[in-house]
Design a protein around this ligand. Structure first.
Ligand code: 5GP
Ligand code: ZN
Length: 114
């Protein structure tokens, strides 16, 4: 846990969030500034700063996060599709330095992303 990390504080419960799902490895909560009718964030409970810090040893955790994204999308009724995004680093538009998957759905997504 990183003491000055917003998402570590949400995991610890010291910053409130609309918690949707959690298990030993991850927490899912609603994005505070939703960009789609469904906009969930899925974060590992362990602090990993970004996907750029991922290593082969993280593969089971990363797979778990992806599988949970699919499960949560099914639970949210996103049968017409959705988008999973991992913004990484300054050029990737990452603003919170704790690895997170955005699960966005409920509207048509454009391509390419901005
Ligand atoms: P990034 O830009 O790093 O890919 O995504 C960070 C996301 O975290 C943004 O979509 C932003 O709205 C969300 N966010 C930032 N601070 C908070 C917070 O305190 N609570 C919640 N629920 N979401 C947050
Ligand atoms: Zn953190």
């Amino acid at each position: 846990m990183s003491s000055d990390c917003i998402f570590c504080s949400i995991v610890a419960g010291t910053i409130p969030a609309k918690r949707v799902y959690e298990d030993q490895l991850c927490l899912c909560f609603a994005d505070a500034n939703p960009q789609a009718p469904t906009h969930l964030l899925i974060v590992p409970k362990a602090h990993i700063a970004s996907l750029a810090h991922a290593e082969e040893a993280h593969a089971p955790l990363l797979g778990h996060l992806m599988a949970k994204a699919a499960e949560l999308a099914r639970g949210a009724g996103l049968e017409h599709g959705y988008r999973v995004v991992i913004n990484t680093g300054p050029d990737g538009g990452q603003t919170v330095d704790h690895l997170h998957l955005h699960l966005l759905g409920g509207r048509h997504m454009g391509w390419p992303p901005g």
